[in-house]
Design a protein around this ligand. Structure first.
Ligand code: AQP
Length: 337
C-alpha cells in the first residue's frame, strides 16, 4: 500500500531550503497517495526549546504546510507528540539499531560540534525516532532534502533488522516495508546565500545566509542583492556552472521557484552579470513566496483553526499508527500484546 510521510522540526523559522526541499514536494504528491505530514516537536526538543514557545512553533510549521498548499482534507497534518505511538516504537527501535550505525551519522557529528559529550542522548538517537516516524505508518515514500539520505538508509536498516529478528505475522511478507527516499527533482539541496558550499540552514548564525518564509519582499530583495557571487557573467552551459557554486545555487533557486529548468534559465540569462540576474531572481522569489508568507501570517492569527486541523490530523494518524504498534508489540512478545 503506497503511503507518503514526512515532517519538519518545530525548531525555528522555516527557510527556502525547507520550502523547496520538503514542503513543495509534500504538496506535489498529496493527491496521488495517502499523505501524512507531521510537525516534529519530539525531534525539536533534542536541543532545548523554550516551553513557552514550542506550541506556537508547532502551529507555525502547520501554518506553513497549509499556506504551501497542503489540503488538510487529504493530508493528515499532526504534531508528532500527539501520537504517542511514535515514542513507544522509537524505544523498541533503540533496541534494534546498533551503536555502530548511529556512530556513522554525519548530522549528529555536525550538530553536536566539538563537545559531543554535552549533546543530548536524544540528539544521538534522533535517526531512530525518525525510523519510528516512518515505519509506524509503514510508509513507502519519504520526500526529504538530500541531507536526510543517510537517515533514510538507517531507517531501511532498522526495518530490515526488525523483519529479520522478529519476523512477520503468519502468512504475511516482511512486516515493515523498506521505504524509499524521494530526493529527485530540483533544489534538493539549497545552499547558503553567503557560502555556496554550505547548506542553507536554520542554525546558520547569519540571517543573510537564508530566505525565511516569513521574510517580506524588501528583506528578500536585500538578501539576494547581498548574496555572495563571483564577478563573471552567467555562462551558457550547465557544465560551466559546476565550478561556480554560488552562481549555480542562484540559478537553481530561480529555476525551482519559477518551475523552469536550469538550462532554460541559463538560455535567458547567459552573458548577463549578477547586476541584472539578482533583481530578476528577487522578483521571481517575491512572486512565488509572497502569497505563501501572506497566508502563513493570516493562519497564525487564527490558532483555533490550526488546532482543529492538528487535532483532526492526529486522530487520523493514530488510527493508522495504533494497529501497527499493536502488531509490533505482539511480534516482540510483550505481555498481553
Ligand atoms: N538547504 C536545504 N535544501 C533542501 N532541503 C532542505 N531541508 C533542510 N535544509 C534544506 C529539508 O527540510 C526538511 C526539514 O528539515 P528539518 O527542519 O526537519 O531539519 P533540518 O534538516 O535540521 O533543517 P535545517 O533548516 O537545515 O535546520 P538545521 O540548521 O538545524 O540543520 C528535511 O526534509 C530537510 O531535508
Amino acid at each position: 500500500q503506497p503511503l507518503t510521510l514526512s515532517g519538519i522540526q518545530a525548531s525555528g523559522s522555516l527557510h527556502l531550503g525547507n520550502y523547496l526541499g520538503a514542503l513543495k514536494r509534500f504538496v506535489a504528491g498529496q493527491h496521488d497517495q495517502p499523505t501524512f505530514v507531521f510537525v516534529a516537536d519530539l525531534h525539536a526538543i533534542t536541543v532545548w526549546q523554550d516551553p513557552a514557545l514550542l506550541a506556537a512553533q508547532t502551529r507555525e510549521i502547520a501554518a506553513a504546510y497549509l499556506a504551501a498548499g497542503l489540503d488538510p482534507k487529504s493530508a493528515a497534518i499532526f504534531p508528532q507528540s500527539a501520537v504517542r505511538a511514535h515514542t513507544e516504537l522509537a524505544w523498541i527501535f533503540n533496541c534494534v539499531a546498533r551503536l555502530g550505525w548511529l556512530d556513522r551519522m554525519t548530522q549528529f557529528k555536525e550538530k553536536s560540534g566539538k563537545h559531543k559529550e554535552r549533546a543530548s542522548v536524544g540528539l544521538y538517537t534522533y535517526p531512530v525516532l525518525q525510523a519510528a516516524d516512518i515505519l509506524l505508518y509503514r510508509a513507502t515514500h519519504v520526500p526529504v532534502g538530500a541531507d536526510q539520505k543517510q537517515h533514510l538508509e538507517l531507517t531501511r536498516d532498522v526495518a530490515a533488522k526488525f523483519n529479520n529478528d522478529y519476523g512477520a505475522p503468519a502468512g504475511q511478507p516482511d512486516f515493515f516495508p523498506l521505504p524509499e527516499p524521494v530526493i529527485q527533482g530540483p533544489a534538493t539541496r539549497v545552499m547558503s546565500l553567503r557560502d555556496g558550499l554550505a547548506k542553507m540552514s536554520k542554525s546558520d548564525p547569519s540571517d543573510l545566509s537564508r530566505i525565511n518564509l516569513l521574510d517580506d519582499a524588501d528583506a528578500i530583495a536585500a538578501k539576494i542583492r547581498k548574496a555572495k557571487t563571483d564577478p563573471e557573467p552567467l555562462p551558457d552551459t550547465l557544465e560551466a556552472l559546476e565550478a561556480r557554486p554560488e552562481a549555480k545555487n542562484l540559478v537553481a533557486i530561480y529555476a525551482a521557484l519559477a518551475d523552469r529548468s536550469e538550462a532554460d534559465v541559463l538560455a535567458e540569462y547567459a552573458g548577463q552579470g549578477f547586476g541584472a540576474f539578482k533583481p530578476a531572481l528577487a522578483e521571481v522569489a517575491v512572486h512565488a513566496l509572497g502569497p505563501v508568507t501572506a497566508e502563513m501570517r493570516r493562519l497564525m492569527n487564527d490558532p483555533a483553526e490550526i488546532d482543529r486541523v492538528l487535532k483532526d490530523g492526529a486522530q487520523r494518524a493514530a488510527a493508522v499508527a495504533e494497529p501497527v504498534l499493536a502488531e509490533t508489540r505482539r511480534l516482540v512478545g510483550f505481555w498481553n500484546a
